[in-house]
Design a protein around this ligand. Structure first.
Ligand SMILES: *Cc1c(COP(=O)(O)O)cnc(C)c1O
Length: 393
């Protein structure tokens, strides 16, 4: 029996019905501009303020430190370009890592074209950054450390609290892209000690097109979007009240469900063990413990990830080869290369990302479907043929 299995929750997630319901009034009666002085405006301003308070409380921040943006990418751009601009008199050196999301990497490349210098620290073979390598990269002209909290392809969780402590000790601003972490693992800015943190709505069952940048009080960061006095004068543009309210609801639900991540992890582990057992020459990419509960990134030798995806799609299964942003290019994932996965195995790697919405039947179905697909593709592969011949010799 063909099923539909959505196992690509790191690419995006469906909007939860409870989230959609709290947004609906803002597409109807509550249409006022929250900046307007009359009561129709106040009708929209109050829920916006409430959403900000809810998000702040859930993250351990103050409401005045929460800034709504139009995406996770915008929040990443703002944090990095904003600090680069306001701190350029101190220096133009930034520390980041080789396996950041493209919203961070391409922003850094843009700054490099403008004369900034970036040190990309190595990631070890488990997909984890050593805080010592971050500390060793600090120079007198270092103005920013930008390291992600959880990687979007392999789900590995980084020692952000340690990195933030190092930044603080050296007087360097610390930013973390927590788009994959928020909602999937506990995130508290006070505990982490970071100066800035970004996350996005559509990765946690809110709509696409809303994000948040947390900016600790006192952090020097120039505006990215100039305009009216919205977001305390720091991000122009009439507020997307509906999506802000939806995002607060989604974060509330995700936080309440964090204990249920144990069930997601158990499903992920069963999928991982099942695939390793059923498919010879398969190997998990990245640490299996210091990792988001729902993430499995697994490589199969002698096959192409793109072909696997097509056959999985034909069977109703959505997975990915690394990030959705990479799907148009045939380059192997920069994340897998950064942890030392050889090109060939990187090309034959798949990412499954499970959420609360997935069921044991989904796992059964993937386990019943994928091994046959891998075998069929290997049977057609001249590479596999010759390797097998060599092994037999
Ligand atoms: C999805 C993602 C982003 C981009 O967020 P958008 O809201 O899609 O712009 C940035 N960083 C990471 C780690 C992501 O997974």
């Amino acid at each position: 029996m063909k099923r539909f299995v959505y196992a690509d929750n790191a690419a995006t997630t469906p909007v939860l019905p409870e989230v959609r319901d709290v947004m609906l009034p803002f597409f109807g009666e509550i249409f006022g501009n929250p900046s307007s002085a009359y009561s129709k405006g106040a009708e929209a301003a109050a829920p916006l303020a409430q959403a900000r308070e809810t998000i702040a409380a859930l993250l351990g921040a103050k409401p005045t430190e929460i800034f709504f943006t139009a995406s996770g990418s915008e929040a990443d751009n703002w944090a990095i370009k904003g600090v680069a601009s306001s701190m350029k008199n101190k220096g133009k050196h930034i520390i980041s890592s080789k396996f950041e999301h493209h919203a961070v990497l391409h922003t850094l490349e843009s700054l490099e074209r403008d004369g900034y210098e970036v040190t990309y620290v190595d990631v070890n073979e488990n997909g984890v950054i050593d805080p010592v390598s971050v500390e060793q990269a600090i120079r007198p002209d270092t103005i920013l450390i930008a390291i992600m909290m959880a990687n979007n392809e392999i789900g590995t969780i980084q020692p952000i609290a340690e990195i933030a402590a190092i930044g603080k000790q050296h007087g360097v601003t610390v930013f973390t892209d927590a788009v994959q972490a928020v909602g999937n693992t506990p995130v508290n800015v006070a505990d982490l000690g970071v100066d800035m943190l970004a996350f996005s709505g559509h990765k946690i069952h809110a709509p696409k097109g809303i994000g948040v940048l947390y900016i600790r009080t006192g952090t020097r960061v120039r505006s990215l979007i100039d305009g009216g006095g919205q977001e305390r004068g720091r991000r122009g543009g009439t507020e997307n009240v509906a999506f802000a309210v939806g995002l607060a609801k989604a974060l509330e639900i995700a936080t309440a469900r964090l204990p249920e991540m144990a069930r997601v992890k158990a499903m992920r582990d069963r999928l991982m063990q099942g695939l390793l057992d059923k498919i010879p020459y398969s190997r998990v990419n990245g640490d299996t413990e210091q990792r988001l509960a729902g993430n499995l990134n697994i490589g199969f030798e002698f096959v192409e990830g793109e072909s696997l995806l097509m056959w999985l799609d034909a069977s109703g299964i959505c997975a990915s080869t690394g990030s959705a942003c990479n799907s148009a290019s045939l380059e192997p994932s920069h994340v897998l290369l950064s942890i030392g996965v050889p090109h060939e195995r990187a090309h034959g790697s798949l990412r499954f990302t499970l959420s609360h919405e997935n069921t044991e039947e989904d796992v059964d179905y993937i386990l019943a479907t994928l091994p046959g697909i891998v075998q069929r593709l290997r049977d057609m592969s001249p590479l596999y043929d010759s390797s097998m011949a060599r092994i037999k010799d």
